[in-house]
Every structure is written in structure tokens, then in C-alpha cells.
Design a protein around this ligand. Structure first.
Ligand code: GLC
Length: 426
């Protein structure tokens, strides 16, 4: 058996082991529920292995939890589990199944379009796309309705978890303005994963303050937007939203729905806002702290997602390609979570430096679409080498490839399957 076939088979076994029938959990124990953008990646992999029905089901299960106002929660708590904190009793949302009350990057829109465009069963794909379109549209509109800052044309997040890059140093300064929660709570993650590879108590105290704050507002969108002590524009999330908006506009045409002109206009505004995030010093787009009203000059890998969002001109894309290659020269495996020569870089601590397959895949997809296939291929090859040699970990040390965080991780396995199918290299 060739090593790619063996890798593919192990990846399929990993996904199956985490499959609960109509959704796949990221990993047992550490993340025992359905996660929003993970599920989009799972669906891409299910499609890549030819199980199109199951791919659509993954998206349907996720989108069934869109709130009436359009919010698509970051976690859907389908079944109880004692191994995760903060679980449904902490969030206290009045939903069946129960959910969290914040969102995550809307990768689901890209996944739905991609699966449709590459489907073997075109009739099924069109039926499913028609069925899912209202939820995709409602969710994309929700971001602009709930999280758009009129003054700056920037989309904001109200919790670091909404970006999917939890304790990345981009969020350090804005989090300092958030009070620490005053009550006791018990984390479960650090009894499963080495404390040195997880966020600090400092961050969790503020993460939980924010969770309590949403409850106090009764999850009211306008109150949250007005009073939240944390409002951060994240370049990574905004880029994925730009791509989602573009996808929904294309889906509207495919399903012959009226063109959502509001989304087309909002995408233009988002792009205008995005242009103000460029830093010449860092050769990258940055985050923006709306409370402190300042650019967050932190060289985070997810800031390169602008390429996936089709944001930069060719000139700016070329600058990013050069910068990515500068980072790559400092590590052995892929784009580190933070520039390896930054004082903020911690190669084994969660989102503060390790290589994450999702990050590398989003960057590579964007690079390949801009024509930077050599760099994209480097990322693909190093990701495949990493998973072949080290298994499907949550994240890895960029220098020696040490697997870190959760084990037998679904989206790592899913991306290996997806990489094996990507057109830009063999
Ligand atoms: C962590 C990651 C987030 C991911 C989740 C489940 O919270 O930061 O991006 O969705 O784990 O894998």
C-alpha cells in the first residue's frame, strides 16, 4: 500500500471513530459535541471520499441549529457530556438541541458551494443546496446585521472563540480590558491535555466573564454590540466571511433565488474596511481593537486568510507570499501560528505558535487561487508529511512536529483527505 493510501485509510478510520451518525465530533473527550467550522471541514472530506449524502447531512445537521435571528452557534450540544467546559448548563440558551451563543468562521458557505460544484450526484447536490440556501443566507446576513461597525466598515467578534483561534496573541491586549469572572469554575481541558499546550487561567477568567455577560443581556444582539467590553475585528474571520458572502451570492444564482443585493453591497464595504488593516511593517493584514480604537499589530498566521477571502490585489498577495516564505524558512513544518521570530511566539502553546492544519489549508487554498502554487504545494507537502509521520493531532510543534493538544482529531484527518484531492499538486 502506498503511503498516501495508508494515510487516507487511517484518516477515514479516524473520522468514522468520531462519527455520531449525523455529525462528527472534533475529538472524543476534549471536544465531544458538534463544532461549527470543524463540521464544514468534515463535510469537505466526506465529499472527497465519495460519501456525498453524508457530506450534505453533516451540513444539514449543523445548519438546523441556526437561530431565528441567523446566528449559527459555535457549538451544538447534541448529547450531554461531562468532559467539556463550558457546556450547555453554562451557556443556558433556550434551544433544542442546546447550543452556545456565539458563532465561528462561516466556512459552511464555502463548503456547501464547493461540494455542489464538485458533486458527482448533481441532482442531489442541487436539491440539498436549495434546501440549505435559506439558512446559509440568514447566517451570512446575521454577521452584517449583528456585527458590523458602521464607522470603520469592519466586522467584529465579541469573543476570541468566535475566530476559532482562541488564545492567539492578537486577542491579548483587547482581553486585558475585560474584567475577570468573579466566580469559581472548573476547567476540564487541562485534565485531558498538558497545561503547557493550553490557554492560561488569565484568558479563561475573561472568556467566562464574557459568557456570563451574554447571559445577562438575554443574548440580545443589540445590547451585546453596544455594551460588550470586547469588540475585535479579526482579519481571519473577516476573510472567511468575505468568501462566505461571495459563495452565498453564487449559490443564489445556482438555486435561482433573487440576488441578495444587500450582501453584494456589504461585501464591498467589508473589503473597504479590510484595506485599512494592512501593515507595511508586518507585510500582513492585522486585527483591529474597536474598544481601544487601534490596529493590533500582531503577526498571526490567520491574518494570511485574506488570500482565501480574495481580498488583496495581486501586488499585496505577492507581498504575503514573500512573507509566508520568510516564515517557512524558520520552521520545518508549515506556517507557524505566529511569526517564528516574534517575541510572542510559543511553538507548543495552542494558537500561539503551533502549526494547525486548518490554518495551513486555508492559506494554501488562497495562495493557489492567486497563482502562488509553489508555496501552496510546500504547505500541502509539509502537512501530508506531518500527518503521515505524526498522526492526526490537533496541532504540532513547527520545528520537530511533536503532536500537541487533542489526539485522533477529525479535521486534521479530514484535511489530509481533502489535501490528497487538491488540484494544485500531486
Ligand atoms: C478549539 C479551536 C477551534 C475549534 C475547536 C474544535 O476551540 O480553537 O477553532 O473549532 O477547538 O476543534
Amino acid at each position: 500500500m502506498s503511503s498516501t493510501t495508508a494515510l487516507g485509510q487511517q484518516a477515514i478510520a479516524t473520522l468514522k471513530g468520531n462519527d455520531y451518525g449525523d455529525y462528527i465530533v472534533p475529538t472524543q473527550n476534549l471536544y465531544p459535541f458538534q463544532w461549527n467550522w470543524d463540521s464544514a471541514v468534515h463535510a469537505l472530506a466526506l465529499h472527497a471520499i465519495g460519501d456525498e449524502k453524508r457530506a450534505w447531512l453533516e451540513l444539514e445537521t449543523l445548519l438546523a441549529s441556526v437561530w431565528d435571528n441567523g446566528l449559527l452557534p459555535h457549538i451544538i450540544f447534541h448529547k450531554p457530556s461531562p468532559t467539556y467546559f463550558p457546556g450547555p448548563d453554562e451557556w443556558q440558551t433556550d434551544r433544542t438541541p442546546r447550543t452556545s451563543a456565539i458563532s465561528q468562521p462561516p466556512l459552511v458557505c464555502y463548503a456547501a458551494l464547493h461540494i455542489y460544484q464538485n458533486a458527482t450526484d448533481k441532482a442531489l447536490a442541487l436539491t440539498k443546496l436549495r434546501q440549505l440556501y435559506p439558512a446559509l443566507l440568514a447566517h451570512t446576513r446575521w454577521w452584517y446585521a449583528a456585527r458590523f461597525d458602521e464607522r470603520t466598515n469592519l466586522i467584529f467578534t465579541v469573543h476570541p472563540w468566535e475566530t476559532g483561534r482562541d488564545n492567539n496573541p492578537v486577542y491579548d491586549a483587547p482581553l486585558k480590558a475585560v474584567p475577570a469572572v468573579a466566580r469559581e469554575y472548573e476547567r476540564r481541558d487541562i485534565s485531558i491535555v498538558d497545561t503547557a499546550e493550553r490557554p492560561h487561567k488569565f484568558e479563561y477568567d475573561r472568556y467566562m466573564y464574557l459568557v456570563d455577560f451574554y447571559k445577562r443581556t438575554n443574548f440580545d444582539t443589540a445590547t451585546i454590540a453596544r455594551d460588550c467590553p470586547y469588540k475585535v475585528c479579526d482579519a481571519g474571520l473577516s476573510a472567511i466571511l468575505a468568501r462566505a458572502t461571495d459563495a452565498v451570492l453564487q449559490i443564489a444564482d445556482i438555486v435561482s433565488a433573487d440576488r441578495p443585493a444587500d450582501l453584494a453591497a456589504n461585501l464591498e464595504r467589508l473589503k473597504k474596511g479590510f484595506a485599512t488593516l494592512w501593515s507595511d511593517e508586518l507585510q500582513i493584514y492585522c486585527g483591529y481593537d474597536l474598544i481601544a480604537d487601534q490596529l493590533i499589530k500582531v503577526p498571526a498566521a490567520h491574518n494570511f486568510f485574506a488570500l482565501f477571502g480574495k481580498i488583496p490585489t495581486d501586488t499585496f498577495a505577492a507581498k504575503m507570499d514573500a512573507e509566508i516564505n520568510r516564515w517557512l524558512a524558520m520552521t520545518k513544518f508549515g506556517v507557524a501560528g505566529v511569526a517564528p521570530d516574534s517575541p510572542l511566539y510559543e511553538p507548543r502553546r495552542y494558537c500561539r505558535g503551533p502549526v494547525w492544519p486548518i490554518v495551513n489549508w486555508l492559506i494554501a487554498t488562497g495562495l493557489s487561487e492567486y497563482g502562488f502554487t509553489a508555496t501552496a504545494d510546500k504547505l500541502k507537502q509539509s502537512s501530508l508529511t506531518l500527518t503521515t509521520q505524526k498522526g492526526f493531532a490537533e496541532y504540532y510543534d513547527p520545528h520537530d512536529g511533536k503532536p500537541c493538544g487533542g489526539t485522533t482529531f477529525s479535521w486534521t484527518a479530514a484535511l489530509a483527505l481533502h489535501w490528497l484531492k487538491l488540484p494544485f499538486a500531486e
